[in-house]
Ligand binder design. Sequence first.
Ligand SMILES: *[C@@H]1O[C@H](CO)[C@@H](O)[C@H](O)[C@H]1NC(C)=O
Ligand SMILES: [Zn+2]
Length: 321
Amino acid sequence: MALNSVKSSVVPQADLESFQACINSSTRILALLGAGLSASSGLPTFRGAGGLWRTHDATSLATPEAFSANPGLVWQFYSYRRHMALQAKPNPAHYALAELARRKDGFMTLSQNVDGLSPRANHPEDKLKLLHGSLFDVKCSDFFCNYAEKNNYTDPIVPALAIPTEDGSDPTTNENIAKRELDISDHNVPIPELDHSHLPKCPQCKQGLLRPGVVWFGEALPKKVLRDIDDWIEFSEKIDLIMVIGTSAKVYPAAAYVDEARAKGARVAVINMDRSHAPASGMRQGDWFFQGDAAQILPEILKSVIGEVKVDGDAAEGSAA
Ligand SMILES: *[C@@H]1O[C@H](CO)[C@@H](O)[C@H](O)[C@H]1NC(C)=O
Ligand SMILES: [Zn+2]
């Protein structure tokens, strides 16, 4: 483990002082995480208009209907995303939040990210609620089967999902694995047609296909996760602080959590690259807006609680902004 200090020039001093006074005395803190947190780990998010994977609109692949119609295509999209997420590394912001979770009992983290980077930064599991599931969870797609599995990092999850090579050579050699990282828009490499026999099967019912354990468009958020969050919020009359990190928090349920925290007295700290990403309820007197890269800002503004952020020598390499 190497100690990595982070440049401090990004944070306005006055803001920093009042924020640190607040976080030092806070006993109930929420953090809401979005794609911006992982941006400096270099992950493509496929969100928003024009998010393309090959020639496919990424949002059209993230539905239960798409999976029923063509599970081979949807699995290839998710296998690619699993692979990219495994190539990425947690950045100093992931480590800073994980350390805050260890230091502050009353800290709860709600993440909209499916990339597995917070778990890989050893964020305590009981203080990390994944609103949209994870690329590394898999579950049975059969309605009547409840099989689910967490933290499956096998890549590719089945051999047929190794990304194919142009010349038909073995896609699982190191050299070919390196090539498949290069270009997501490489239309020269055809997407093979995969049927049920190639795809991961449920080991429990032995009938259903396994599917990625992420929340698709049109699906409900995981009940247990929502219940855990409600329990945490209801546990006390007050919340001191909510940090809104790399997410615009304009849509359900993120926007609602900001409002609930405010209703319990919380001040709001926004950490975002983009000034226009204030919460739906707007900014109020006593809130903070730290504009910039979360990977630089979080280790700095949390320093009074967590000390210098410890980043794995390895993990630090992927964190350049
Ligand atoms: C992940 O899932 C695949 C497909 O079901 C399975 O073969 C593999 O053993 C799993 N990996 C781990 C680490 O459990
Ligand atoms: Zn099953």
